[in-house]
Ligand binder design. Structure first.
Ligand code: IVH
Length: 672
């Protein structure tokens, strides 16, 4: 029989393989569900047998909720910066300087340049020893930086373990951590839905994320990393391009945008090509880095205290266009949030014709002080939709008036509301405002929720228009005859949609809960609620106090959940969904994982722990048949006290004679 240690090893390797395939080659050999099951099994085994957890475990990608305080570490090689240039003359000067210095050193071979894009993120130094990522250090002051290893390990595309037969025992890789533009957009959409403030731009979000205190939070930011330098002793390479090819071979993610240029003319071609093409990349870029390719030449050229003499950055000018604000339209989203959109006189910007720009909310309009008919500045920043960055006041007409924000929903004419402290206006008519109704259905069918394949926004639109689907429960009443009413819907499409709907009945409870679209309940909160309450009935009956016990649930979310379940229409909807056979309770643990060592025992957890996070500890207790309570009473069996356990809990447990145990004693208990 396979030992636990072997199983952990096997799961680690398998999951790393699937992760790699998914994040690097965008392929999947197993379903998300199967993947999650394997990951869950590994998490549980690691919680139970922390000694067997491997340093390259895929569970590190999920991060831990323990607090990071970053130790400072000295860089083996200083992390320098690059001299910025903006003109052709400056680049010519760079070449002249290089040629002079090389000639002085009797080196007369031609200079080749390796061009890369300048990624706008946070630079990172990655130390690999014996094939393992052992340390990730921020730039800091260039001489020493913060050790952010646990946070960096959450970056999926970064290899934690390398497999190659030509690896040096120790080497350093440098790269840029960034937030992909589409992730930035997605996170902002999510924040808006949860009524929170948007992030400013991808770069700042990435640099803030890498310094977060809990790596589990960093994992949610879905950062990415491109590497662009290899440092170390005896690397047996002569050029930077060889270094880049080695990194590619070792499975690092290198942006494929580089080019080896024979002369400055080719460098210019590169600069011109990427000036517009860079806007279609997944990462923000602000220029080009031009590096002397020969390492011998690099060594001769050396560096000043601040920057190498063998490399230079050419920065693109921010692309700004002037155009006229012709009007403002207002979009109503799934949650009723109203977003103003600037309608612009079409203008060419960074290679595309721009007709619209986002204005986010009423505060933004006020901040810009923009008026209809104004000449405005439009810039392409980190967002897919360009933004208005200013108004040309000199060109304002004398008759222009400040914008009056709408007071009624443009879709259903209901008076808008704006809650205290929130930037967004809302249409409160969630039951019949068309975009809200359709948006709720689209939210329900998405991958993270009920994952109904073969059904998309367009079909939902048609089903809504034909009055076939007006809420999510109606989806489960769809028949082949009803679907046949849709234009261009043939037997195959009908069968696909029906099959997709059927499959959604197996989707786990936490996803169903997220799919219901309770305001402020995002995917993570839904997971936490599902785990805490186990099934919908418990959740439905939960009091405000018990909801507040759940991690990440505050007053606003708790109240929103209560409101949701008090609503008669929602109650009827849930009845219909239950009758349709959706999952409204957490699935039972597979039998093999069951273990009843702690059966009937109750625990309260306080403080933080060495071998596992609080959540892992809670999982472990529950998996062994124990129960986790939130407050200490005379009936409680054990208080597990970790570092910085709450003094009032400790005092109460002592007073009531409840046993107080530490982590070690708890781990002993598990052995039975
Ligand atoms: S090479 C001596 N290559 O730019 C510096 N840097 O201003 C060698 N950066 O701190 C760095 N893209 O964070 C290099 N393709 C690239 C880069 C790049 C972005 C950043 C990096 C560095 C900063 C220097």
């Amino acid at each position: 029989m396979q030992s636990v240690q072997q199983r952990i090893q096997e799961l680690t390797d398998k999951l790393n393989y699937y992760n790699d395939l998914y994040y690097k080659k965008h392929q999947s050999e197993i379903s998300d569900y199967e993947f999650d099951q394997l990951l869950k099994e590994l998490e549980q085994l690691e919680a139970q047998y922390p000694a067997y957890k491997l340093p390259h475990s895929p569970t590190q990608r999920v991060g831990s909720d323990l607090d990071n305080d970053f130790p400072t570490v000295a860089h083996q090689y200083p992390m320098l910066s690059l001299t910025n240039t903006y003109t052709a003359e400056e680049i010519q000067d760079f070449e002249t300087r290089i040629q002079k210095l090389l000639a002085e050193n009797d080196v007369n071979e031609p200079v080749e340049y390796f061009c890369e894009l300048k990624f706008d993120g946070v630079s990172i130094s990655l130390i690999y020893e014996n094939g393992y990522l052992v340390q990730a250090i921020t730039r800091g002051d260039g001489t020493q930086g913060d050790d952010v290893t646990a946070n960096v390990k959450t970056i999926q595309s970064l290899p934690l373990k390398l497999i190659a037969n030509d690896l040096p025992a120790r080497f350093e890789v440098r790269g840029e951590i960034f937030m992909p533009v589409h992730i930035f957009e997605e996170l902002n959409k999510q924040l808006e839905e949860e009524g929170k403030e948007r992030y400013a731009n991808p770069r700042n979000t990435a640099s803030g994320s890498i310094k977060l205190k809990k790596s589990a939070e960093v994992a949610k930011r879905r950062l990415d990393c491109y590497v662009y330098a290899l440092l170390g002793e005896n690397l047996n390479i002569n050029t930077h391009s060889e270094a880049i090819h080695l990194l590619e071979k070792w499975n690092f993610q290198v942006s494929p945008t580089y080019r080896l240029c024979k002369n400055l003319e080719e460098v210019w071609q590169y600069i011109h090509f990427w000036e517009t093409a860079r806007h279609n990349l997944p990462v923000e870029t602000d220029g080009v880095v031009i590096k002397v390719n020969s390492l011998k030449q690099q060594t001769i050229l050396g560096a000043t205290a601040k920057s190498p003499r063998w490399a230079i950055a050419y920065k693109y000018k921010a692309e700004v266009a002037q155009t006229i604000l012709q009007g403002i339209t207002y979009q109503v989203g799934r949650t009723g949030a109203v977003t103003p959109v600037a309608e612009l006189q079409p203008v060419l910007l960074a290679g595309t014709i721009i007709k619209r720009a986002s204005l986010h909310n009423a505060n933004e309009i006020e901040r810009l002080g923009v008026r209809l008919g104004d000449v405005v500045l439009v810039e392409k920043g980190g967002e897919i939709i360009p933004k208005i960055t200013g108004v040309v006041l000199e060109k304002r007409s004398a008759e222009s008036q400040p914008i009056q924000y709408i007071t009624h929903c443009p879709e259903c004419n209901t008076p808008l509301i704006r809650k205290e402290g929130e930037a967004q206006h809302y249409c409160p008519n969630e039951k019949t405002c068309p975009p809200q109704v359709k948006g709720k259905i689209e939210h329900f069918i998405q991958r993270k929720a009920l994952n109904i394949e073969h059904l998309g926004g367009e079909t939902i639109e048609k089903l809504y228009d034909l009055n076939l689907v007006r809420n999510v429960a109606d989806l489960y009443d769809l028949t082949a005859d009803k679907l046949a009413l849709l234009p261009k819907f043939k037997a195959k499409s009908i069968q696909n949609v029906l099959q997709g709907i059927e499959n959604s009945k197996k989707v786990p409870f936490e996803q169903v809960l997220f799919g219901l679209g309770i305001r402020y309940v995002g995917a993570t909160t839904a997971q936490k609620l599902a785990k805490h309450f186990q099934n919908i009935d418990n959740l439905q009956q939960a009091s405000l106090e018990s909801l507040l016990q759940v991690e990440e649930v505050g007053e606003r979310i708790a109240q929103s959940i209560i409101n949701y379940f008090q609503d008669e229409d929602n109650k009827a909807l849930l009845q219909r969904l239950k009758a349709a056979g959706l999952q409204f309770a957490l699935a039972e643990q597979p039998f093999s994982l069951k273990n009843q060592t702690l059966s009937g025992k109750t625990f309260v957890i306080s403080g933080t722990f060495e071998t596992m996070s609080r959540e892992e500890l809670q999982n472990t207790i529950e998996k062994h048949g124990g129960k986790v309570l939130s407050s200490v009473s005379a009936k409680l069996h054990y208080l597990i006290a970790g570092k910085e356990a709450g003094p009032s809990k400790l005092e109460k447990a002592q007073r009531l004679g409840v046993r107080i145990i530490n982590e070690q004693a708890f781990l002993e208990m598990l052995k039975g």
